[in-house]
Write a protein that binds this ligand. Structure first.
Ligand SMILES: N[C@@H](CCC(=O)N[C@@H](CS)C(=O)NCC(=O)O)C(=O)O
Length: 221
């Protein structure tokens, strides 16, 4: 059975969403971000990204990690590409060309988009959005996202989804990276196709299941 190490309020959300899309039974092993704990190495500390047991799974000390049929993988977006390839169906590439496109959109999300969106979400997570430094970070990140949003807006002119005109792992991966920028409504108002595409992705029942997991986790914290 698929095992997901992480928590819903982390990049593991991407893998929980994917498992729900594929209807996969999975075991969730809670591992929290070490930065959220005062002393991650305290004997009574919750299992976290600095716990020796987790470092044996991912020596980088980052969540998520997945374990599937003896294989351990540790990059959230790659984990999803692997699960799509393994289980097939509409979320996966229908041929090697589509697989190439899905890989390209995923690497684009990771390298051209996420460096900006993650700065935005961390500014809010750390309650710095109303400080001059926080506002500077958000402004610079929004500026960095203008190009990627324009590119995606143009791409969506002729299709509802990024690859093959159906919802695929490429949409899921990109949507999860762009979710971090949702506070910046200006970007979405300026790019209505991107806004509508993200809403389509978020209307999926599997996304709602993942979000319910996040809410449950937040309530228990
Ligand atoms: N590129 C990695 C990044 C993983 C990552 O940075 N995860 C964060 C949580 S979202 C983490 O584990 N941080 C460790 C910490 O904050 O202590 C991926 O996409 O899986």
């Amino acid at each position: 059975m698929l095992t997901i190490y992480g928590v819903y309020c982390s990049r593991a959300s991407r893998n929980y969403w994917m498992a729900e899309e594929l209807g996969l039974p999975f075991k969730s092993v809670p591992v929290i971000q070490a930065r959220l704990l005062a002393d991650p190495l305290a004997p009574d500390a919750r299992s976290n990204t600095k716990s020796p047991a987790f470092l044996a799974v991912n020596p980088m000390g980052k969540i998520p990690a997945i374990e599937d049929d003896g294989l351990v993988l540790t990059e959230s977006l790659a984990n999803n590409l692997y699960l799509a390839r393994k289980h097939g169906g509409p979320l996966a590439g229908a041929d090697v060309k589509e697989e190439g496109q899905m890989l390209a959109w995923t690497l684009w999300a990771a390298t051209e988009v996420e460096p900006h969106t993650v700065k935005i979400v961390l500014t809010y997570d750390n309650a710095r959005e109303n400080t001059p430094a926080g506002q500077g970070t958000i402004e610079a990140s929004v500026e960095g996202l203008e190009g990627p949003f324009a590119r995606l807006e143009a791409h969506l002119k002729t299709q509802d989804y990024v690859v093959g005109n159906r919802f695929t792992v490429a949409d899921l991966n990109l949507a999860e990276v762009l979710r971090y920028a949702m506070s910046e409504t200006y970007l979405f108002e300026k790019h209505p196709r991107v806004k509508a595409w993200l809403a389509r992705c978020h209307a999926r029942p599997a996304f709602e299941k993942m979000m319910a997991g996040r809410r449950k986790e937040a309530e228990a914290a």
